[in-house]
Design a protein. Structure first.
Length: 444
């Protein structure tokens, strides 16, 4: 039995795959007999979320925290960026910097976190995702000499041109981690841009909720041709590709295929998508439900024929690092149609549990949806294969067992390897960072 301490700012009651991944993994680890504590980082003024977390599970605790406040003027912002780099690179400066007015807003939270570490004495700390605001907590974990790892989901781990202080904070959390669990091979590829040892990265797909498996057991085979029910359950953001589905629906409508399309979820793109529905003249085919409770989600999946989400990849923004929603739908015997972008090809096995189409192609998407409409037996077969795969390979306990095995193999081995490799070059690395920063400033 191990003692795992999770820390994450993207956690229940937030919707989405990251929060679900952390919650379901924690539950699986508990089922395996481990001790688990989840610290859900929340803004101190978010009273509703704090109340929810206090009543949620006994092993979950809200952690109200101020992660840092930046000056609004250019010079002050630049000074904080420089000090953040020093804070990451020079351990001797950390406690001194935390006493300055620039870092005082977050020092209280870090002090309380150190107290929790001292009291809990976890075997492993897990950052549920890479949140740059949480880098001071990683520094605190390093000072306590507790091994930590993190779960990588998508573009948040990408090495891309950005502010130097962002690179320093992201690099600190990735390179000092004893292990990193990528949710797909696509995300692993993003991590490899950092040139880390390959054995430090492992693939751990996200688990679906045990409740989804229980509810899906009530599903009965769908045998009808009077309607063709499509569904998407997600945040309504650009990268999900819902606009592509709407354009594909227009093509199917012109071919006489009457579809009913349910879009469950909410987000910044909803008004734009509703305007597109009206412009395409398919208002009677599309229903926007807004945010839904789990019970409603199970009911919608019971009634669905195909789950569709042709996501597009944009490395500058969060995208589909895996596609947990496809697995959740598969548990109900619903085949998926997605794009070849991101990690979706690991969630949907083309020709076996669904179909994959190129990104940004309403025409190809319409062809795939028409194929499944014209071939109901093939659709049912894909549903059966997907159902068996989802229930057997993606349950919380199955994923947790794999996670625990992979983490135990890497934790202490990679800590010692990293220390041996980095210690002789520590001062050279710091000096090089400072020289690079000064070089950029003089170039301006």
């Amino acid at each position: 039995m191990s003692h795992f301490l999770f820390i994450a700012s993207d956690y229940k009651p937030k919707p989405g795959g990251i929060a679900a991944y952390i919650d379901n993994l924690a539950r699986g680890l508990i089922q395996l007999g481990n001790r688990v504590r989840v610290l859900a980082v929340v803004p101190p003024d978010d009273k509703n979320r704090i109340k929810f977390l206090e009543d949620y599970e006994e092993w979950v605790s809200p952690f109200p925290a101020v992660c840092g406040e930046r000056p609004q003027n250019w010079l002050g912002n630049w000074c904080v960026s420089l000090l953040e780099i020093l804070r990451c690179r020079l351990p001797s400066t950390r406690h001194l910097l935390e006493r300055t007015p620039l870092f005082r807003s977050s020092s209280n939270s870090i002090s309380r976190f150190r107290q929790i570490l001292a009291k809990e004495k976890p075997d492993i700390v897990i950052f549920g995702h890479l949140d740059l605001d949480l880098y001071p907590f990683a520094l605190a974990v390093l000072e306590h000499r507790v091994p930590f790892g993190l779960i990588a989901h998508d573009a948040e781990v990408c090495r891309r041109p950005s502010r130097i202080n962002d690179m320093a904070r992201r690099g600190l959390m990735l390179k000092e981690a004893a292990w990193i669990a990528a949710n797909s091979n696509h995300t692993r590829g993003l991590l490899e841009m950092w040139r880390m040892p390959s054995d430090k990265i492992t693939i751990v797909h996200p688990p679906i909720a045990a409740k989804a498996i229980q509810e899906s057991a009530k599903s009965v085979p769908r045998d009808r041709r009077d309607s063709y029910n499509l569904i998407t359950i997600c945040r309504l953001v650009d990268n999900k590709g819902i606009d592509i589905v709407l354009r594909a629906l227009k093509i199917l409508d012109q071919q006489g295929i009457r579809c009913r399309y349910v879009v469950a979820g909410d987000g910044v793109e909803r008004s734009r998508l509703e305007m597109l529905v009206d412009a395409l003249g398919i208002r009677d085919r599309v229903q926007f439900t807004g945010l839904i409770a789990d019970e409603t989600k199970w009911s919608l999946l019971h009634d669905a024929d195909v789950f569709v989400m042709p996501s597009r990849v944009n490395l500058q923004h969060q995208h589909e690092g895996f596609g947990l929603a496809f697995i959740e739908a598969a548990a109900f015997g619903v085949p998926g149609v997605g794009s070849t972008g991101g990690g979706i090809p690991e969630a949907v096995i083309h020709g076996e549990t669904g179909l994959l189409v190129p990104e940004e192609s309403p025409e190809k998407l319409a062809e795939a949806l028409q194929f499944l409409y014209d071939n109901p037996e093939k659709r049912k077969q894909m549903g059966r294969v997907g159902m068996e795969r989802a229930r057997s390979q993606f349950s919380p306990i199955a994923i947790a067992a794999h996670f625990q095995n992979e983490v135990s193999k890497r934790t202490f081995k990679n800590i010692e390897t990293a220390r041996d490799r980095e210690a002789p070059r520590g001062h050279e690395r710091i000096q090089g960072t400072v020289r690079a920063l000064l070089g950029r400033l003089s170039a301006r």
